[in-house]
Design a protein around this ligand. Structure first.
Ligand SMILES: Cc1ncc(COP(=O)(O)O)c(C=O)c1O
Length: 405
C-alpha cells in the first residue's frame, strides 16, 4: 500500500546537515559502545554544566496522581505563568507577555514545524538567510509542503552581520522572478552556525522588509541566553536583542511576528524535548496552536519545578555564560597557536572555523577533509550543511570540558 503524497514528498527532502550527521553516527565516541570513537565536536550541545543541570533535574523530577491524566495540549497554565515571568525577566518585552501567549511544544524544531503548518500553505516559500541551521530543512518542510529559499545575506564577509536592505530585497525579487512566492522568513538570532547576534537596527530592517511584503516573520531565539561576548570585553553590552524588546508594532502588522524558544541550548536539556512559541497578537494562530503538541505531564511538571526556582535559573544562566566565555577563550587561543582562522563568535556553544587557506575551494575537497578528520578521531559539522556560500568552513562545538592539557 503506498504512503500519502505528503509523506512521499517529505521523504524526498534533502538536508545535507542531517545526512552528514547520519554518516558519522556509528563512528562517534560512546563510553560503552565505542570508547575509541571520534570526539563529537559537531553537535550543538553544551556539556559545560551538565552535572549541575543533571542534579537539579533529578531534584525536580516528580509525578503526582494528577499527572496520570491528560494535561493541556499547549502546556499547563501554571507552567505558562512561570514562563511568562521568565521571558519577562530575560527578554525585556516591550508589550507585556501574557501566559496565554506562550505555547509549549516538544522542542524548538517541533515549534517551527508546528508554526509552518499554521502560517503557510503548500507551495509557499520561506526565505532564510545563509548560513543557516541545516535541520531547518526538515523543520520547515516536513509535512508542510512549504519550501525554503536560501539567501546569501552575509556574503562575502561572514564576520559582518549587518543586514543590507537592498541585498535582502534583491533576494525577494529573485524569488519573484523565478515564480516562487515568499510568504515567510526565519531569522535565527543569535545565529547558528555563526554564533553572532543581529543588532536592533538589523532586526528593524527585517521587520520593515516583512511589512513591505506582508510575510510572516519567525524569530528563532533558541540561543538567546547563551551570549558571552560581553564577558570577554567589558566595554561590550550583551549583544542579544530580542524582537520582543523592540516596538515591533511600529514596523509591521504584529500578527506576523512569531518567536520560538527552547530549552535544548541555554539549558542543555535537549533530551527532554521542550520548546515554546510566543505569539502575542495573532488570535486565530493561537487557537490553532492549542490543537497541536501535547507535551507530557511529567515534562510539564519537571519544567515547572525547575523554573519555580528563579534564583537557581538566573544563577545557572550566569554561570553558563561564564563557562562559555572561558571555553571560547581557551579554544581561540588554541586555534591561534595552530594557525586556524575562525569567525569571531559571541553566543552559543559553537563557532565557525575558516579553513579556506588549507583546502581547495570545492565542496568535494571540503568533504574529503571532513571525512579525514572524522576517521582521525574528531567529528565537526560541515559548512555545507549550513549552506555556507563558499566551501572551506567547519563548525566546531567548543562547549566541552577541557581535559586539562
Ligand atoms: C537555531 C536552532 N533552532 C532550533 C533547534 C532545534 O532545537 P530543539 O532541540 O529544541 O528541537 C536548533 C538545534 O540545534 C537550532 O540550532
Amino acid at each position: 500500500m503506498p504512503i500519502s503524497k505528503r509523506a512521499t514528498e517529505t521523504l524526498a527532502i534533502q538536508s545535507p546537515m542531517s545526512e552528514s550527521f547520519f554518516e558519522s553516527l556509528g563512528k562517534l565516541h560512546d563510553p560503552v559502545l565505542n570508547p575509541t570513537g571520534a570526539l563529537n565536536l559537531g553537535v550543538a550541545h553544551n556539556d559545560l554544566l551538565q552535572q549541575k543541570i543533571f542534579e537539579k533535574a533529578q531534584e525536580c523530577l516528580q509525578i503526582t496522581p494528577e499527572d496520570i491524566n491528560y494535561g493541556a495540549a499547549e502546556g499547563s497554565p501554571r507552567l505558562r505563568q512561570l514562563l511568562r515571568d521568565f521571558f519577562t525577566r530575560h527578554f525585556n518585552p516591550i508589550y507585556p507577555i501574557h501566559w496565554q501567549d506562550i505555547f509549549a511544544q516538544t522542542g524548538a524544531g517541533a515549534s517551527i514545524n508546528q508554526l509552518f503548518m499554521v502560517i503557510n500553505d503548500p507551495g509557499d516559500y520561506c526565505l532564510i538567510p545563509t548560513p543557516y541551521y541545516g535541520a531547518l530543512d526538515y523543520d520547515v518542510q516536513v509535512n508542510t509542503g512549504v519550501k525554503i529559499f536560501p539567501a546569501h545575506l552575509h556574503h562575502p564577509d561572514l564576520n559582518n552581520m549587518t543586514v543590507n536592505p537592498d541585498l535582502l530585497e534583491s533576494h525577494y525579487q529573485r524569488a519573484q522572478s523565478e515564480g516562487k512566492k515568499i510568504t515567510s522568513m526565519i531569522v535565527t538570532n543569535p545565529e547558528n552556525p555563526l554564533g553572532r547576534c543581529y543588532s536592533a537596527q538589523d532586526i528593524k530592517v527585517f521587520l520593515s522588509f516583512g511589512s513591505k511584503h506582508q510575510i510572516h516573520m519567525v524569530f528563532d531565539e533558541i540561543y538567546a541566553l547563551s551570549t558571552y561576548g560581553q564577558l570577554l570585553d567589558e566595554k561590550k553590552e550583551d549583544p542579544f536583542v530580542s524582537v520582543l524588546s523592540l516596538p515591533y508594532k511600529d514596523f509591521i502588522d504584529p500578527t506576523l511576528i512569531h518567536v520560538v524558544y527552547g530549552l535544548s541550548k541555554d539549558f542543555a536539556i535537549n533530551g527532554f524535548r521542550v520548546g515554546f512559541i510566543i505569539d502575542q497578537f495573532n488570535g486565530p494562530l493561537k487557537s490553532a496552536l492549542c490543537r497541536g503538541a501535547y507535551t507530557s505531564t511529567i515534562t510539564d511538571r519537571l519544567i515547572f519545578n525547575l523554573f519555580s526556582d528563579e534564583k537557581w535559573i538566573d544563577g545557572y544562566l550566569l554561570e553558563n555564560r561564564q563557562a562559555l566565555a572561558e571555553s571560547y577563550k581557551k579554544t581561540t587561543q588554541f586555534l591561534k597557536t595552530h594557525d586556524v582562522d575562525y569567525i569571531e563568535a559571541e553566543a552559543g556553544p559553537f563557532m565557525l572555523l575558516d579553513l579556506r587557506k588549507y583546502v581547495e575551494p570545492t565542496f568535494e575537497a571540503n568533504k574529503l577533509l571532513w571525512r579525514r578528520l572524522l576517521d582521525s578521531g574528531v567529528y565537526f559539522a560541515q559548512g555545507v550543511g549550513f549552506y555556507t556560500p563558499e566551501p572551506g568552513y567547519l563548525r566546531l562545538t567548543f562547549a566541552l570540558p577541557w581535559s586539562g592539557r
